[in-house]
Write a protein of this length. Structure first.
Length: 240
């Protein structure tokens, strides 16, 4: 992070002076802006997919008993435990075998495989800590399914969803291994940095980009950690 403000383009210590020049150079580079936009779009789409699929799976596992329930739960958690290179190679083989061109869609599919786990784990843990008597009391008082969700479940799981979404976004934005196998000729920001380092060029720009990426990663993770200590993000009035 200190080298991001290095006045010289040679990395030596102590640095000769401080400047913000490299941040301006990085932003003016078209390929950097393109990579940032691609990373943001992929992270947002993967997070949205994870929120839908992860919360739906968590509700199904927490509320219902069915054959193969534990197997489904195991398969949902498996992608986060597998090495990224295994997941990336498997997805790349699947796309190539089925004639699917590598694009933003394939990146989102690849990122969603592990982002779903973060949302699923957060929501499932929150649901398991929620007493079933709350839902029973809501039904006894005449509330329908939508009212029960809005007034009872939503205040309970809202922080779990937000925390899972923030973690999923941070993980997707930083992902490089799975992205390498699913991006094709496109460059997300981590892939662009990897290319710069591998060629030994533009190291001052890499330092500036890395500084920004650290901030973009730390903020959502810190917010997620704070939210996971709470019980609800939206305060609801008393249901009449």
């Amino acid at each position: 992070m200190v080298y991001a403000f290095n006045k010289s383009n040679i990395q030596s210590w102590p640095i000769p002076g401080f400047t913000t020049h490299w941040f301006r150079v990085a932003w003016d580079a078209t390929e950097v802006r393109t990579a940032i936009w691609l990373s943001v779009r992929a992270a947002l789409l993967a997070t949205a997919t994870a929120l839908v699929l992860g919360s739906a799976a968590a509700f199904a596992i927490a509320r219902f008993r069915f054959f193969g329930r534990e197997t489904v739960s195991f398969l949902l958690v498996l992608p986060i435990a597998l090495p990224g290179i295994i997941t990336g190679m498997a997805l790349n083989s699947f796309f190539v075998f089925n004639g699917i061109n590598l694009s933003l869609t394939t990146i989102v599919i690849g990122h969603s495989t592990f982002c779903v786990v973060l949302v699923y784990n957060n929501v499932l843990a929150r649901l398991r800590r929620t007493s079933p008597s709350l839902l029973e009391a809501s039904a006894d008082l005449g509330a329908d399914g939508w009212q029960t969700f809005w007034y009872i479940l939503w205040p309970v799981i809202s922080t779990a969803l937000v925390a899972g979404g923030l973690l999923a976004f941070a993980l997707s934005f930083d992902e490089v291994v799975v992205t390498f196998f699913t991006a094709g000729a496109q460059n997300t920001l981590p892939l662009l940095i990897l290319g710069y380092i591998r060629l030994g060029q533009q190291l001052p720009i890499v330092n500036a980009i890395a500084f920004v990426m650290i901030l973009l990663t730390v903020i959502p993770v810190a917010l997620a950690q704070r939210l996971m200590r709470d019980t609800g993000v939206v305060a609801r009035g008393t249901a009449k």
